[in-house]
Design a protein around this ligand. Structure first.
Ligand code: DGY
Length: 303
């Protein structure tokens, strides 16, 4: 970025406060933001100098897109380059939750392991089970590929609009008409829908109650898609068997109710956290900025 622009870095990597973001939008021609930079309407100055927010990440729910549009600020994101790594992490969470990997590691490190026993830490089989995917976009499809071809899983999916068969690339994924019809059918449910007003608390008390008591919920999308208190209640009452989470409603805070439970795997938003992917995200943001300031349409324009 320094080779193409005059860059001011957020050197200590602390999320900017509202005031710092307002100053950046008022003084810089472009802002390269991350998921930790909350940019609601109140943060936009009346007449921003900033003409583009090049988000370093695919999700843009932390930015008020309508206000950005109204103020003439373009917003871009970094799709594609994080698809495979995020799908890897969702698969890791399925395995960790089913096989109680977090619990087992805590027990071993805590010095409580007494050796192999026939009934110790029995988990659930992943091979051949049914996986439900909510949001059959790039990451949902990448997870479905892994689960079907690698783990012999049956794939059921639900998306806001039906996914054209050509997009599924030969995957035998059965599209289900409603979330209510999907939930009772799956052993694992993985969320891959964008966070917006429609998907807020999509997994609530009523819908969690439709899941099997043996089922596991996996979330690598956004925390707000799940009602965390309802999930904690479902896990503590054994209404569902387990969960694997990478995202939270109020990051970096994680609710005490979840932290106390043994049957939930909690990761710190690691979906795209590989060296290769984070580099690719950076280059994609740079490409968007260069195109914009060369007077071309950036390839990842969100509006
Ligand atoms: C994204 O890109 O939206 C991830 O959540 C962070 O990489």
């Amino acid at each position: 970025m320094r080779s193409a622009f005059e860059v001011r870095c957020n050197a200590d990597d602390q999320p900017f406060s509202g005031d710092e973001l307002r100053t950046a939008l008022a003084e810089a021609d472009a802002l390269c933001a991350t998921v930790s930079d909350h940019i609601p309407a109140a943060v936009f100055p009346d007449a921003p100098r900033c003409r583009i927010i090049a988000n370093f990440g695919v999700g843009v729910n932390h930015i008020d897109l309508a206000v950005a549009r109204a103020k003439g600020v373009a917003v871009t994101n970094t799709p594609d380059v994080l698809t495979e790594c995020t799908a890897d992490l969702a698969m890791a969470l399925i395995l960790m939750s089913a096989r109680r990997a977090g619990e087992g590691e805590r027990m071993l490190r805590g010095g409580q392991w007494r050796g192999w026993r026939p009934t110790e830490m029995l988990g659930a089989r992943v091979w051949g089970q049914t996986l439900g995917i909510v949001g059959m976009g790039r990451i949902g499809i990448a997870l479905a590929r892994r689960a079907h071809h690698g783990f012999g899983m049956r794939i059921l999916c639900f998306s806001r609009s039906p996914v054209p068969v050509s997009v599924l690339g030969g995957l035998p994924a059965e599209q289900i008409d409603s979330l209510e019809a999907l939930l009772p059918e799956v052993d694992f449910l993985s969320l891959h829908c964008p966070a917006n007003a429609e998907s807020h608390h999509l997994l609530n008390v009523a819908r969690l109650a439709l899941m099997r008591p043996t089922a596991h919920l996996i979330n690598t999308s956004r925390g707000g898609v799940v009602d965390e208190q309802a999930l904690a209640d479902a896990l503590s009452s054994s209404a569902i068997a387990g969960a694997g989470l990478d995202v939270y409603a109020a990051e970096p805070q994680v609710s005490e109710a979840l932290l106390r439970l043994p049957n939930v795997v909690l990761l710190p938003h690691l979906g795209s956290a590989t060296e290769a992917t984070r580099e690719a995200m950076g280059f994609r943001a740079l490409e968007n900025l260069k195109a914009f300031f060369a007077g071309k349409a950036p390839r990842d324009l969100c509006h």
